[in-house]
Design a protein around this ligand. Sequence first.
Ligand code: WT7
Length: 666
Amino acid sequence: MKADPATEAGLLKPENIESSLQENRTFPPPAQFSGHARIQSMEEYETLCHEAEQDYEGFWARRARSEIEWRQPFSRTLNSEHAPQYSWFEDGTLNVSVNCLDRHLATRGNRVAILFEGEQGDVRQLTYCELHAEVSRFGNALKALGVCSGDRVVIYMPMVPEAVIAMQACARIGAIHSVVFGGFSVESLKDRIEDAGAKIVITADGGHRGGKIIPLKATCDEALAHSCPTIEHVIVLKRAGNKITMAPWRDVWWHETIASQSPECAPEWISSEHPLFLLYTSGSTGKPKGIQHASAGYLLGTILTMKWVFDIRADDVFWCTADVGWVTGHSYVAYGPLACGVTLVMYEGAPSVPDYGRFWAVCERHKVSVFYTAPTAIRALIKHGEALPKRYDLSSLRLLGTVGEPINPEAWMWYHRVIGQGRCPIVDTWWQTETGVHMIAPLPGATPLKPGSCTKPLPGIAADVVDEHGVSITQPDQGGYLVIKKPWPSMLRTIWGDATRYRDTYFPKFGGRYYLSGDGARRDADGYFWIMGRVDDVLKVSGHRLGTMEIESALVAHQKVAEAAVVGRPDEVRGECVVAFVVVRGARPTGTDAQELTHELKEWVSHQIGPIARPEEIRYGDNLPKTRSGKIMRRLLRAIARGQTIEEDVSTLENPEIVRQLAEPR
Ligand code: WT7
């Protein structure tokens, strides 16, 4: 009998399952939602689900017609002929930036679109009219530099309005953006530029974070030094004022490129399936995947989820704390809020500057009404106590959200009580870079909440928990694979340049019929979904996705390292942290040699991938525990990393004695 796949992979933390199994508190929608939200009751939710079941294509077609401004309407809703390469609304044409900006100019052009606060306290506002003009100017500047529809543009920027302007400008001219998180370093940036074959990099001299200046341009120079031949220009925003070098044949200042550009830029009318962006994310191999999203279906998903899940109102001040380097910062910073015409808040810096009250200070100052963040941020804030949030007036908040990893019920309760003051529903949203937008999430006016559960699939989303054979698991609380059984408009279209990997990664089982999320989940007796974590070799460190193989490749790229294996260990604040097992060339280091090498390797990984991948701990062995066929026994390594005693029989290993060596107390 095959073990539960999720438990087999060892990533389902039994301690979490047990505590969430005991969770039985429920929070019905408060009165201010149940009477007023877009979806007001579970009956209404079920009616929508029923509509989607009866007429799947019609369900999506009706919404695509009413939510999107089309240049040319579509006649064909879903094309599955080349499944799993699906297309949606394929004969329609539109422009995403027109849907985010132009459509609001007549009615709410003077409403603030972006409310920006820098780490050092500088505040800037851009109305929809102003944002439209800036996007147009920059779109024209890109065109003047030779960027055409379909060209790839890498954006490596701090969290400033220009990051959104750059994304929207690409959308306006049909260029495909690939945002690289500013916390990534040289190798990560270089790999992404090369894989995408980008023509332009847009960056800044530096960004402010944690009281320091992040030297983005310098990292960019290093990445481009001996590689990335497709890059023709680097556009540099002057932000932090740090000293940089400009390569005169290649580099241009942002302010100079837009100086003579018109604030009108005719939009490129693209087809629904035209790629809107690539976003690289980690999988279970060493090479990040360029997740490719299309235009119309993605846009539709962002608008619908803004309305359904955030129950967004015309006068909302919406703050999603995610960086534009992650999908959350695409869907719920750069696109969704703008498409809905609300005010979005952008904050450049760290939550700890000048102290851990910063998030609440920003909420108070800008009267944030909907606040969306990651469980890891909440847990970090819990550590700093209730006194900090209590100093601020949080009465403008009406709805809270979380994303990125499971939220433990204790953190949920704190968020609800201390930040939401018992008044605000919390929407725990399950989704992925690949899904584009929320898939399983509460509807704040309808769904009774359970702390720690992302509740039920959104209307039209065919989420299920299945066993090894693809059979739906009906037994409550039994874990299995989380799958999506029908294509949906905002799904990824492929992996950039690698259709085979797309198929093999997301449709490897069940006859290629179901999208495999890579997560394990269970459903309780009420049909609520509880996410149990990844079933592949992907870690979630502070909500950021990291492939163990990526970190391993970075480690073995170091001249002293012969072999490396990386696993995750539960961490109170970050969810998981990185533990590396390393075999060096030559004798196993001990004492101060080991300490020095550990320091060196941690720095090395930070420099190669980025500080988020920095190992928390490194252990050295003469070898790694392997099966006779040479497979590294990660389950054992995970147990060692957690300090658990190894009770199982290891005698079938190639080298059983290594387990004791690696587990030696240090
Ligand atoms: C993975 C996707 C979704 C945007 C940010 C992360 C985990 C995400 C939840 C949630 C439990 C969650 C899953 C998923 N995850 N949201 N509400 N509850 N787990 O996007 O980097 O593509 O990561 O994040 O493991 O597979 P991502």
